[in-house]
Design a binder for this molecule. Structure first.
Ligand code: ZN
Length: 299
């Protein structure tokens, strides 16, 4: 059975003045049930990840100071919201959700985390609402447990996966691919194994053509045995942070392309949701929901 990680703490309310729309996670969960995409049996609530697994991708110093809430003012500013113990617990559960869903994908072909995609967090920093990097930790975990020997990370959030790129910069078992808006956060980019920086206003045709071209060459050349897919929907034209011009239909086609390559090459795929900041929550939730539907259609 297909598994989806979700925990009520994903919707943890942020303090006044930091109204980052975490409510989308609950709406997505409810919409997947309401539309009959999944039943409650498909969902599981992750516990907090084991600290040893965090340390597979993050430095002991950063983790120790994060856990003790001893990050500096500058480090907390870089994260973008005030740190609380609940936010740290939330992140630890999200990371565990991604690890467990990657294990589930080994059997089922595909599995999901309703949150995650915290790709701005590097080995020794948090950034852009990301405290720990869920897919990087899960990738390092799969390698450590010998479940995988060659991982491809496909990061299609509109923002570069700078933390993921840095964590695996010297690891030849993980190929990091980020296709993002070049003129967008983070302005100091790290070097992925493949970066495709798109100009502002890139629309469906160009976006899908480039994606197809790169996926084709990556799957045949890198021969991954596992894929992590970061399916951020902040590429939508309606997104207030994204700067690209991809339609809802184009966003679905993007998801479908990724899943088709995974299926064709028989590579299991774990999906984390990533960003989405349209002023209309409906647009965000529909686009995330479509990612699940495309996966079910292909697999
Ligand atoms: Zn993003």
């Amino acid at each position: 059975m297909l598994k989806v990680a979700y925990h009520p703490i994903y919707v943890h309310p942020l303090p006044e003045g930091h109204r980052f729309p975490m409510v989308k996670y609950e709406l997505l969960y409810k919409q997947l049930l309401y539309q009959g995409v999944f039943t409650t049996d498909n969902f599981f609530e992750p516990e907090k990840v084991d600290e040893d697994h965090v340390l597979l991708a993050h430095s002991a110093d950063y983790w120790k100071r994060l856990k003790a809430m001893e990050l500096s003012y500058q480090e907390i500013r870089r994260i973008g919201f005030p740190l609380t113990e609940q936010l740290i617990e939330r992140e630890l559960r999200i990371v565990e959700g991604t690890i467990l869903s990657s294990l589930s994908a080994l059997n089922e072909g595909v599995s999901f985390n309703i949150a995650g995609g915290t790709h701005h967090s590097g080995s020794n920093w948090g950034e852009g609402f990301c405290l720990l990097n869920d897919q990087a930790i899960a990738a390092a975990y799969l390698l450590d447990k010998k479940h995988s020997e060659k991982i491809l990370i496909i990061d299609l959030d509109v923002h570069q996966g700078n933390g993921t790129a840095e964590i695996f910069q010297n690891n030849c078992q993980v190929f990091t691919f980020s296709m993002h808006c070049q003129n967008n956060f983070p302005f100091k980019k790290e070097v992925s194994d493949l970066d495709v920086g798109l100009p502002d206003k890139t629309g469906d045709d160009k976006y899908l053509e480039l994606l197809d071209f790169h996926l084709k060459s990556l799957f045949s050349r890198e021969q991954p045995d596992f894929v992590f897919y970061l399916s951020g929907v902040d590429i939508l034209a309606s997104d207030k942070l994204g700067k690209l011009s991809v339609s809802e239909e184009g966003c679905q086609q993007r998801d479908s392309l990724v899943f088709q390559y995974c299926k064709e090459y028989k590579v299991p795929v774990q999906v984390s949701m990533g960003g989405g900041y349209s002023p209309q929550l409906r647009a965000i939730v529909d686009a995330h929901c479509n990612t699940f539907k495309q996966a079910l259609r292909v697999f």
